[in-house]
Write a protein that binds this ligand. Sequence first.
Ligand SMILES: Nc1ncnc2c1ncn2[C@@H]1O[C@H](COP(=O)(O)OP(=O)(O)OP(=O)(O)O)[C@@H](O)[C@H]1O
Ligand SMILES: [Mg+2]
Length: 223
Amino acid sequence: MLEVRNLSKTYASAAGDLPILTNVSLSLARGDSIAIMGPSGSGKSTLLYILGTLETPSSGTMTLDGRDPFTLPEKTLASFRNKEIGFVFQDHCLLAQCSVLENVLIPTLVGAARSGAMERARMLLTEVGLEARLNHRPAELSGGEKQRVALARALISKPLLLLCDEPTGNLDRKAADSVMSLLLDLHREQQTILVLVTHSMEMAGRLPLQYALTGGQLCKPQR
Ligand SMILES: Nc1ncnc2c1ncn2[C@@H]1O[C@H](COP(=O)(O)OP(=O)(O)OP(=O)(O)O)[C@@H](O)[C@H]1O
Ligand SMILES: [Mg+2]
């Protein structure tokens, strides 16, 4: 369960405080998925970074399965994030010098070694249709293929929370559709909590719930 209560974020700037998020609340159970849309600069990535514990809120609380990550010591927080949260960004963020298989295994290399990681990496790469590309370097893949590797990497640690920030933003329509289908299939299969930020109405429409982030508030649009 992801519980967000009255979460606010204000950045300090030369011109004074810059409020970005104001009392955002959200409650999502395992298997739930939402899309977040909103104008550029409205704070979508900021919200996703806070949910991903990469950024801290100015006020408010967040718990994931009853645990508040922001109360954890830094080292414990890093392993919590590594285990419980998967990220897919607009840019694939793969390591150029590592193979497809190694890239997917990277989150399992820090902290306690995880048994079955290799088997799971191969299983996930097969699910995203890249079983014949395990030893390729990212430069040898198409944009859509790179995002499929990023998706497999995000899911390697069986995270509870899957956060995607415009994961299909750099792809053409056909590749975007196919990455989105894989993302939704894997989300259902792995029963993650999926939060997807997108500028595309069409992609957002493939999720059961669409929120709009405007003026610092997260609103459910009328349908
Ligand atoms: N570290 C920071 N310090 C100060 N201001 C920041 C910082 N990070 C983001 N901002 C500001 O917060 C606002 C929200 O940024 P954010 O990246 O969350 O927007 P977004 O909704 O993801 O936009 P886009 O759709 O363009 O990706 C912007 O006005 C941005 O300039
Ligand atoms: Mg953004």
